[in-house]
Design a protein around this ligand. Structure first.
Ligand code: NAD
Length: 510
């Protein structure tokens, strides 16, 4: 099923899709966002921007839903998420196609995103029976002490364009089993993907006679996002996007002493040691650097190569890049699709200019592609440049397929280079040497949230806690015990004795 047909089948008049309190579309706003596909430059549909009044309706709807949802036993909430997983299995093909068409990633990656949604549903179902708290031994006789976890209320989710559906589900599915309700502000660059996910979830809520406000969406740019970050009724804001965005969101939420979970930019490196397997290096580095046209937070941006094999790696990369096919991402023969828009193309060109100005040499040239199939103006050539880690341009994340390659001599130097950037998301070492691998993973090794051995930097399994340090924001979501961020902890002490022993031996004479 083609993306536009899929949207129509979901009951969406793509010409005028509204803000959704849940099942109910609130239209009537004068402003709208046009969603153009970077694949062919065609308008897919328009979405109305959420007004202040509509935002109030959404929050009221979510607050009402919370009163019902929080009282439902967690395993029963898990059952709702399980049903959503089934709906996603049923709609994997059209939803994956829509992701690919609206965002521009390859069809396989579009399907991969929906698969991650299905996986997180499965994870959340199991988790709904495992929201464990500890029991502690009280120091007072005949007292019982334990901790329990309660939902927070409304979780605000702000998401980036590059993972238009999966990142929301990482948050929402976990938040739902925890008993929270969610309000989602998706990227203004991929609004239709969010509406599709919303409508699919509403099918499940409707079938189970549950309130629509368990899942709501609001549409628009940062100004609509700010309605949530400034709103004390939203105790947690989980925001994924650039470091620039995170610095503003973190500050705004902190000013009202709310909680934020920040998943921000990366500047990920692979260290290639003398004992590395060149085949693994090439696969990891090329997929990491050009996958999603370099628009992943975990994209490989730097390759730190031991001087003894630097030329071999450089030449092998140049050979591999020659074989890349760039074009329509819905065609499975292509490896690289377009960038999200012309603004991203300009950032890519500026970065190449900056690296050349700093003295960098191009190993594989970049450039914008023109002609049949490239009419959207968003297709660029993945490129490789020899660069120095300290250069300003290398220190910044450019969201495009530009790979910087640099030399090292000692493992200490390589780790220092790997850590020597403001971001701390993903990192990898390619080595057959146990000592080097363990050193990289030790406390004096990688300072990132993700550190891999003989795997590239790109992507992650949903079962682990995902996120990074430093300017990546420090948040963790998805697997492991990330669920704790979506709940409040309460310590309970019960006295079943016939007296009240006071702390510090204090006594009252009555
Ligand atoms: P972006 O920062 O431009 O926008 C992200 C979202 O934040 C959008 O929905 C936007 O409307 C909203 N926003 C921006 N400013 C805001 C503000 N002041 N208040 C409230 N909301 C605001 O990012 P993008 O271009 O969509 O995505 C690319 C960036 O996202 C890259 O830096 C990438 O590394 C990062 N990213 C990080 C992760 C991660 O998990 N660490 C995952 C995906 C993307």
């Amino acid at each position: 099923m083609q993306p536009k047909e899929f949207l129509r089948k979901l009951g969406l008049k793509a010409k005028n899709a509204g803000t959704w309190t849940g099942q109910q579309s609130l239209t009537g706003s004068a402003r709208s966002i046009q969603s153009y596909s970077p694949v062919d430059g065609q308008l897919i549909g328009s979405v109305t921007t959420t007004t202040r009044d509509q935002y109030e309706q959404v929050i009221t709807c979510a607050q009402e839903a919370f009163k019902v949802w929080r009282d439902m036993p967690a395993p029963k909430r898990g059952e709702i998420v399980r049903q959503y997983g089934d709906v996603l299995r049923q709609y994997k093909d059209p939803l994956g196609r829509l992701v690919s068409y609206e965002m521009g990633k390859s069809l396989q990656e579009g399907y991969g995103e929906v698969q991650e949604m299905i996986d997180i549903c499965d994870f959340a179902v199991g988790l709904s029976r495992q929201l464990y708290g500890l029991t502690m031994h009280s120091e007072r006789p005949a007292h019982r002490m334990y901790e329990q976890w309660h939902p927070l209320g409304i979780v605000g989710i702000i998401s980036a364009f590059n993972f238009p559906v999966a990142v929301w589900s990482w948050n929402a599915c976990i938040a739902w089993v925890c008993g929270d309700v969610c309000v989602w502000k998706a990227s203004e660059k991929t609004p239709l993907c969010s509406i599709a996910c919303q409508l699919l979830f509403q099918k499940v809520l409707k079938a189970n006679n549950l309130p629509e406000g368990i899942s709501c969406i609001i549409n628009g740019d940062y100004k609509v996002g700010e309605m949530m970050t400034k709103d004390g009724r939203v105790p947690l804001v989980s925001a994924t996007g650039s470091t620039r965005m995170g610095k503003t969101v973190g500050k705004t939420v902190a000013e009202r002493l709310g909680r934020s979970l920040l998943e921000l930019g990366g500047n990920n490196a692979i260290i290639v040691t003398p004992s590395a397997d060149l085949k693994i290096v090439l696969t990891g580095a090329v997929f990491g650097a050009v996958g999603t046209a370099g628009q992943r937070c975990t994209t490989t941006r730097r390759l730190i190569v031991h001087s003894s094999m630097y030329n071999d790696v450089k030449n092998a990369l140049a050979g591999a890049y020659k074989q890349l096919r760039i074009g329509d991402p819905l065609d499975a023969n292509n490896h690289v699709g377009p960038l999200i828009d012309k603004g991203a193309v300009q950032n890519y060109l500026n970065a190449i200019e900056a690296v050349k100005k700093a003295g960098g040499t191009m190993v594989v040239d970049g450039g914008v592609l023109e002609g049949p199939g490239y009419e959207s103006g968003c297709y660029v050539k993945p490129c490789v440049a020899e660069a120095q880690n300290s250069w300003d341009i290398v220190q910044h994340e450019t969201f495009a397929p530009i790979l910087y390659i640099m030399k090292y001599d000692t493992i200490e130097e390589a780790i220092a280079m790997q850590n020597g950037v403001p971001q701390g998301l993903s990192s990898a070492i390619m080595t057959g040497n146990l000592r080097e691998a363990e050193r990289f993973l030790s406390v004096a090794g990688s300072d990132c949230g993700i550190a891999n051995v003989n795997i590239g930097t790109s992507g992650a399994e949903i079962g682990g806690a995902f996120g990074g340090e430093k300017e990546t924001g420090g948040g963790r979501e998805s697997g492991s015990d990330s669920w704790k961020a979506y709940m409040r902890r309460q310590t309970n002490t019960i006295n079943y004795s016939e007296s009240v022993p006071l702390a510090q031996g204090i006594k009252f004479d009555f």
